[in-house]
Design a protein around this ligand. Structure first.
Ligand SMILES: Nc1ncnc2c1ncn2[C@@H]1O[C@H](COP(=O)(O)OP(=O)(O)OP(=O)(O)O)[C@@H](O)[C@H]1O
Ligand SMILES: [Mg+2]
Length: 242
């Protein structure tokens, strides 16, 4: 299958800090791919480079066949993004925000798509509430809706589940699994290793910016080990990883 994301020696320096160090990764079409790693290991930086939000210091990244360094706008037009800890603008209501995103993306049928999300994640009663007055989880629901409003063939999501209650986590997991079944691709970062093991079709573990390990659930099953065990064995005994 063709690679939807392909990086070669992708590297990002922030001054003396090497946030991402020579990462070469391929994510096939139709994958639900999990990027794992301790705090500060380079997950968000990788996602920011893939979405054209920050330029690589060295190496290359191709997303949907587009070089992100030469055409970041072209990449962002095609993908859905939920950046780390991003929240919707405080001065718009939930419905206004989705209408705004729909108009920026020149979508038809934004209101119908928005209605679907209000219904699916059960927050239609908040549609006319200013985003600043929404709970954290509800703002994250809205971030989900904006990322998938245009049904992108690839979505990059930095920590999808962390603010959600168990019911919403379950719904969102089912949504993600179903979304890739329809032929789309999801690339997400997460600290919830049990979720990664449950839903991901492939995963990569970063440590101090380096790619330590890649695998699939089938490979895990063959070893008889679970992902938290593999993760801790690889990075758990190193206290200086932040
Ligand atoms: N804008 C920035 N300026 C300077 N250093 C940065 C910047 N963004 C990230 N870093 C550094 O790069 C390294 C990787 O950070 P990154 O946010 O990618 O980690 P992460 O794996 O997403 O961590 P977490 O699990 O805590 O979200 C860290 O050492 C961090 O301090
Ligand atoms: Mg992060």
């Amino acid at each position: 299958m063709a690679a939807v994301i392909e990086t070669r020696d992708l590297t990002k320096h922030y001054g003396e800090t090497v946030a991402v160090n020579n990462v070469s990764l391929e994510v096939p079409a139709g994958a639900l791919y999990g990027l794992l790693g301790p705090n500060g290991s380079g997950k968000s930086t990788t996602i920011r480079m893939l979405s054209g939000q920050t330029r690589p210091t060295a190496g290359t990244a191709s997303v949907l066949g587009i070089d992100v360094a030469t055409d970041p706008v072209g990449v962002r037009r095609r993908i859905g993004i939920i950046p780390e800890q991003e929240t919707p603008p405080s001065f718009l209501t939930a419905a206004e925000y989705l209408r705004f995103v729909g108009s920026v993306r020149a979508l038809e049928g934004t209101d119908e798509a928005a209605d679907w999300w209000f219904e699916f994640l059960d927050f239609g009663d908040k549609r006319d509430v200013l985003c600043k007055d929404l709970s954290r989880g509800t703002r994250q629901k809205l971030m989900f809706a904006q990322a998938f409003l245009h049904r992108p063939e690839l979505a990059l999501i930095d920590e999808p589940l962390v603010n959600f209650d168990p019911i919403v986590q379950h719904q969102v997991k089912e949504f993600l699994v179903d979304y890739v079944r329809q032929g789309n691709t999801i690339f997400l970062s997460t600290h919830i290793l049990e979720v990664a093991e449950e839903i991901c079709t492939g995963y990569a573990i970063l440590h101090r910016g380096r790619l330590l390990h890649t695998g699939t659930p089938d490979e895990l099953r063959e070893t008889g080990r679970h992902l938290p065990e593999v993760f801790l064995a690889l990075v758990g005994r190193d206290p200086a990883h932040a």
